[in-house]
Design a protein around this ligand. Structure first.
Ligand code: GCO
Length: 482
């Protein structure tokens, strides 16, 4: 068939459906959505941030130095030469930020607790003022009807622990367990949802492997694998600390940036191939957390560089979780089924494949469908949250001061359409946290890359909701992609 001409497309049914042709009066306003496009009733809509990216107040109330602050102070590490020391002053402006969330209509806020606030040196005596800010934040959230979801570690390791080997040392995993128990004992009367560590893949791979994140190391494979092992061990110790110290009804699970393989064409064979590929892509992260062992293929590939695993470790690492939290931005790869081992081939992305403002953020909104679906199929997960999804954008304010971030709106709309498909097919996705509420310190990119629904003027710290905030509010109000 010859390609449709523009003219043929314009006269297709879709283009005229919005008009009542009987009397030629346009039907204005948003159309009623068919039920099949709705998210399930009670679906949890939220936003997310992390301590070092937004809080600021780096030296208030006896906070200790973190690896990220130490790293960012080194010349050449951060693209714009900044550090996260000032963040966007969430520490002092949290009430305004909670009001912004309330205006969006979110019912949940995922924030992180800064370990160096709580234990200045990572372990030993707790800082008596270390959790005061989180007390205030949690109370303010609850007063606004917003449920706190606390991440215990979003990369800001106390520098004192790094000086003793950081994640290369097993002691860091033990110290994390003790810190987690301390936080849950103090906040657990009001906080009932916890994530031990955020994105082990990212802070280990980029921080200890590629050296572009704190602490900026490029370790050889055996040491890198050992650091990775200690981080998944810390996940298990964190799960146990939450169980031992949380109130009845408290739930805990990972927030991991799953590497997701997508079927290049949706056939049964390719879907199965994508599941196999996803299990292997996550072998030393989600797969070991869910299965309690590294996959044979991964161990074979590491050879003599495989991590040393103490006898009790597998049971700790695979401590039962209540849900799986997935940070999903972009597909990792597209696969085709193959007769030969390992059962799939990976297709290279064409040079013309589109990406968002950040070049790593390749378009592939289907990832929001496949990531939770693979997790349900592979590991029988009963509850899944999307713990992060969002995008960077150039985000230039227009003459009227508003950021009309149409690219972010487009990105989010497409992601949500695919996520809705997952829920409609019965994949147990319970909620979604949009990254991020606010523009903030985007790690090695500094403040140059913006991810917020709310624009922050970095001179005045003034907050101005972008068009995407209006979009998200509409999504929440309709409980459907808008
Ligand atoms: C994370 C993320 C966030 C980033 C976001 C955009 O690991 O949770 O790295 O902290 O800001 O993913 O890159």
């Amino acid at each position: 068939m010859p390609p449709l001409t523009r003219r043929a497309w314009m006269t297709a049914a879709g283009a005229t459906a919005a008009y009542d042709t009987a009397n030629a009066t346009p039907r204005l306003g948003a159309p009623a959505l068919p039920a099949r496009l709705q998210f399930p009733e009670g679906f949890l809509w939220g936003t997310a941030t992390s301590a070092y990216q937004v809080e600021g107040a780096a030296e208030v109330d006896g906070r200790g130095l973190s690896v990220w602050e130490a790293f960012a102070r080194q010349p050449g590490r951060i693209r714009d030469g900044s550090t996260g020391a000032g963040g966007v002053d969430h520490f002092h402006r949290y009430e305004e930020d909670v009001a912004l969330m309330k205006a969006l209509g979110v019912r949940a806020y995922r924030f992180s607790v800064a370990w160096p606030r709580v234990f200045q040196d990572g372990a030993g005596a707790a800082n008596p003022k270390g959790l005061d800010f989180y007390d205030r934040l949690v109370d303010s959230l609850l007063a606004s009807g917003i449920e706190p979801y606390a991440t215990l570690y979003h990369w800001d390791l106390p520098q004192a622990l790094q000086a003793r080997g950081g994640w290369e040392s097993r002691d860091t995993a033990e110290a994390f367990g003790a810190y987690a128990a301390h936080v849950v004992r103090r906040l657990g009367d009001r906080v009932h949802r916890f994530f031990p560590l955020n994105e082990i893949r990212a802070f280990i791979q980029e921080g200890y492997g590629n050296g572009i994140f704190a602490p900026g190391l490029t370790l050889p494979p055996a040491r890198l694998n050992q650091a990775r092992h200690h981080a998944v061990l810390a996940h298990g110790l964190g799960v146990q600390a939450v169980r031992a110290n949380g109130r009845a009804g408290t739930i805990v699970g990972p927030a991991e940036n799953i590497a997701v393989a997508l079927p290049s064409v949706e056939t049964d064979d390719n879907v199965r191939a994508a599941e196999i590929a996803t299990r292997e892509l996550n072998a030393p992260y989600l797969t070991v957390m869910m299965e309690g062992r590294y996959t044979d293929a991964w161990l074979a590939a590491q050879g003599a560089d495989a991590p040393r695993v103490a006898p009790g470790d597998p049971a700790i690492i695979s401590s039962k979780v209540d849900f799986v939290g997935l940070n999903v931005y972009t597909p990792s790869e597209y696969v085709l089924a193959s007769e030969s081992s390992p059962g799939f081939i990976t297709l290279p992305l064409p040079a013309s494949h589109p990406h968002m403002a950040s070049s790593w953020l390749k378009l592939g909104p289907e990832a929001l469908y496949w990531a939770p679906r693979h997790v349900e199929r592979l590991w029988g997960a009963k509850e899944i949250f999307i713990t992060e999804n969002g995008t960077s954008s150039a985000d230039e304010p227009a003459a009227d001061g508003t950021v009309y971030d149409l690219d972010r709106v487009m990105y989010l709309r497409n992601c949500l359409i695919h996520l809705q498909r997952a829920t409609a097919e019965g994949v147990p996705v319970r909620g979604y946290f949009l990254w991020s509420l606010l523009d903030n310190f985007e790690w090695a990119d500094g403040y140059a890359t913006r991810f917020g629904l709310v624009h922050v003027d970095y001179d005045t710290l003034k907050r101005t909701p972008k068009l995407s905030a209006a979009f998200y509010r509409a999504v929440i109000a309709r409980n459907a992609p808008a």
